[in-house]
Write a protein that binds this ligand. Structure first.
Ligand SMILES: [Zn+2]
Length: 301
């Protein structure tokens, strides 16, 4: 980016960012001289060398900020060696906002490679890691804040879908424990589905490594229909038991199709806790195992 005397910016704050970025993009360094709402100016870090470097901008009467002085460095270029602003967040964030917005799981090595290729800037692992984490928080918010908002989310869901079935559990010290949800539209669909439920769980790729449990059915057109899902801390017998109890309650309880149909088939992988939970909670159902999971297990063993 170029910068010239007379350039106009909407505020001193905007001009300050443009000036700093112009200097760092030119692989030079600076030292702040004045920084307030009316004025921003920088000088050379080695003023003792007699370097005349200076860039200045000030607020005009019309509220815009104008660059009023630009004198280049006259010092030895080694002054700029290892200037730490090259690894600072304010400088790096705009370079990587688009790529992290597109892919939250981008590797730190890839961020380092992009920075080197596009901006000829060799940053270390920590600088690239901090950049990725700061942009993830900027784009998605802090995950821990989301847990605190689970009650609000539950209330909002019940507002818009009052017939939905929702269970939200917290620990004694009011921390999020687990969450189960079956929208009303899917509850209404269940009596018309084939007598089949597939159960599975997967890890969420988030910082707190929660587990997503899901049950799906199949309709008359052989299309997969999700029935309900839950978020909990881990996949074990206790959580599967709780999930199947919620599933039963959401879909008619003891008089519902899952409790009364003798021809119900449950399909799952061979997760140990799930096996026991199905036997306990759906004793009349036939429990079968997914052939694809079994084949995958054989291949990995
Ligand atoms: Zn200088």
């Amino acid at each position: 980016m170029a910068l010239h005397i007379g350039d106009i910016f909407s505020s001193v704050e905007v001009a300050k960012d443009a000036i700093n970025r112009f200097i760092v993009d030119s692989r030079e360094s600076y030292m702040k001289e004045t920084s307030n709402k009316r004025q921003y100016s920088v000088t050379c870090r080695t003023q003792s060398s007699g370097c005349k470097f200076s860039i200045r901008c000030g607020l005009q009467k019309d509220g815009n900020a104008r660059v009023s002085k630009m004198s280049p460095h006259t010092c030895n270029p080694r002054t700029h060696y290892k200037f730490k602003q090259l690894s600072s967040l304010w400088y790096l964030l705009p370079h990587h906002r688009a790529s992290i917005s597109h892919n939250r799981e981008i590797s730190v090595a890839q961020i380092r490679a992009n920075e080197k290729e596009q901006w000829a800037n060799d940053i270390n692992y920590m600088a690239a890691y901090r950049t990725r984490e700061a942009l993830r928080i900027e784009l998605d918010g802090k995950e821990e804040d989301d847990f605190a908002r689970m009650n609000d989310l539950g209330a909002r869901i019940q507002d818009v879908d009052p017939q939905s079935f929702l269970v939200l559990e917290s620990t004694n010290d009011a921390r999020f424990s687990r969450f189960f949800f079956a929208p009303n539209a899917l509850r209404l669909a269940v009596p018309h589905l084939r007598p089949f439920i597939a159960l599975d769980a997967c890890h969420c790729s988030s910082r707190y490594r929660q587990t997503l449990m899901i049950a799906v059915g199949i309709d008359g057109n052989n299309q997969v229909v999700p029935l309900c899902w839950a978020i909990c801390q881990k996949e074990d017998c206790n959580n599967w038991r709780w999930f199947l109890r919620c599933l039963g309650s959401a879909h008619g309880g003891m008089r519902g199709p899952f409790a009364t149909r003798k021809d119900l088939v449950i399909m799952s992988d061979r997760e140990k806790g799930l096996d026991i939970a199905v036997q306990e909670m759906l004793p009349t159902a036939t429990h079968s195992y997914c052939a694809q999971h079994i084949a995958a297990n054989i291949q990995t063993k």
